[in-house]
Design a protein around this ligand. Sequence first.
Ligand code: E4P
Length: 215
Amino acid sequence: MKIFLDTADVSQIREVCSWGILDGVTTNPTHVSKTGRPAADVYREICSLVDGPISLETIGLSAGEIVAEGRTLAALSKNVVVKVPLMKEGLKAVKTLASEGIKTNVTVTFSPLQALLAAKCGATYISPFVGRLDAVGHVGMDLVRQIKTIYGNYGFKTAIIVAAVRHPLHVLDAALAGADISTMSFDVLQQLYQHPLTDIGIEMFLNDWKKVPGK
Ligand code: E4P
């Protein structure tokens, strides 16, 4: 499973790049607003740091506006993916952008039928928001499994990005469900490699090493 970082914070992106496990980045208007910087500056900097897919979200509400924004965003770098909200105008825009060879990530997805429509329009990626579903009493990962089944049934190539990930168990369940990608915050990503038994184990080895004679 590929691992994307869900942020617009370039210091976090730079740090995770150095770990050697980063496959891509997803941003959204909330993340960009938290940086306090102009979006164009943030986008340019992320593009200079990351080779993998970088999702940049459109704001327009009509297909025409989304397509125009999408073309501008896609021109920033060859690895830009245009992130489009799942709504009727968004789907129309995805169809047009796909016909121009521009990659899209259809976001704020909460139902398997929304995901089916996105795939039919040629979406490159679909982003089901599992954490937000869990928060309202639905099992978010069930949506991922349903999308996986539907895409498998009909041979859609749209890749599933498990999004709105809240904790490591979401990442584990995404991998067990066979999701293509999981996108997560820096905090969740850090939790993936940390384990108290690993810390204790390392400390034990280092203490025992001190007792080895002749070093
Ligand atoms: C994914 O691409 C989204 O940016 C992200 O996961 C949004 O979800 P959240 O704001 O609920 O975390």
